[in-house]
Design a protein around this ligand. Structure first.
Ligand code: HEM
Ligand code: HEM
Length: 194
């Protein structure tokens, strides 16, 4: 059962979800940790380069995941949800997807705008070009600060959304007692589609 059905997620979507959930949680903690270090920490450069490299893996996975999502049926939300809850669920998922792209992209733009001009070489193997930075953003340092701010606020927004997302998953599981959490763990609900 690789593909989604109207009643649940297939193996590929489940694998994408949990691999990326771990990577995102790890990258949020990583980003907050490395920016809390003193600027003369000898490991800082290596940590920043590792953060950037993993960020590009997240970007590639996000693109593959969205493609897979669009090429598959989307499981229906459980019956009996209030229209506002349905709207909240859709907006929440759109927000999460948007931030899966926005975090690496603002990071990439920040690195591209930086007056330091440090090249990005993913895991020291794959060179990534700098993105063009719009001139309206001012000097390179100003543009870098702008994307730094977007990257940091994006991270705080993502953390908030993840907390709401997890709370919603447990509300479905423990209070509504429907298949929502089960279908992100097992393909059994997907197989029930006929
Ligand atoms: C899933 C993707 C990513 C996540 C979740 C993430 C998360 C974070 C977080 C939480 C911070 C700390 C923000 C703060 O409090 O100032 C941070 C900082 C940073 N990130 Fe990312 N990041 C991601 C991808 C990237 C990518 C792809 C790049 C560059 C190519 C990048 C470059 C940076 C840099 C340079 C900083 C340090 C900013 C500073 O010095 O204040 N990040 N990131
Ligand atoms: C930590 C980062 C996480 C991110 C970025 C994330 C992101 C997402 C996204 C984008 C979807 C929509 C999937 C789709 O329809 O294509 C989703 C679904 C889901 N997530 Fe997460 N998730 C995270 C963590 C978690 C955790 C920790 C749980 C459980 C406690 C969870 C439970 C679920 C469930 C049950 C669904 C299915 C919702 C439905 O069937 O409509 N997620 N998640």
């Amino acid at each position: 059962m690789l593909r989604n059905t109207k009643t649940g997620y297939g193996r590929v979507a489940i694998l994408f979800h949990w691999v990326m959930a771990l990577m995102i949680a790890g990258m949020l903690a990583f980003g907050l940790y490395m920016t809390s270090l003193p600027s003369d920490d000898p490991e800082l450069f290596t940590l920043y380069q590792l953060h950037k490299s993993i960020g590009f893996v997240v970007l590639a996975l996000a693109a593959l995941r969205l493609t897979w999502r669009l090429a598959n049926p989307s499981p229906r939300l459980p019956d009996g949800m209030h229209p506002l809850e349905r709207l909240g669920a859709h907006l929440g998922h759109i927000g999460l997807y948007a931030l899966l792209f926005a975090m690496p992209l603002t990071g990439w733009l920040m690195a591209s705008a930086s007056p330091w001009g440090i090249p990005t070489i993913v895991f020291n193997v794959l060179p990534v070009p700098h993105l063009p930075v719009p001139e309206v953003l001012g000097t390179q340092a100003e543009a870098e600060s702008f994307f730094k701010l977007l990257h940091a606020y994006g991270a705080y927004l993502l953390i908030a959304l993840i907390f709401v997302h997890i709370a919603a998953a447990f509300k479905h599981h423990l209070i509504a007692r429907d298949d929502t959490l089960k279908r992100m763990v097992s393909t059994a609900p997907a197989r029930a589609d006929n």
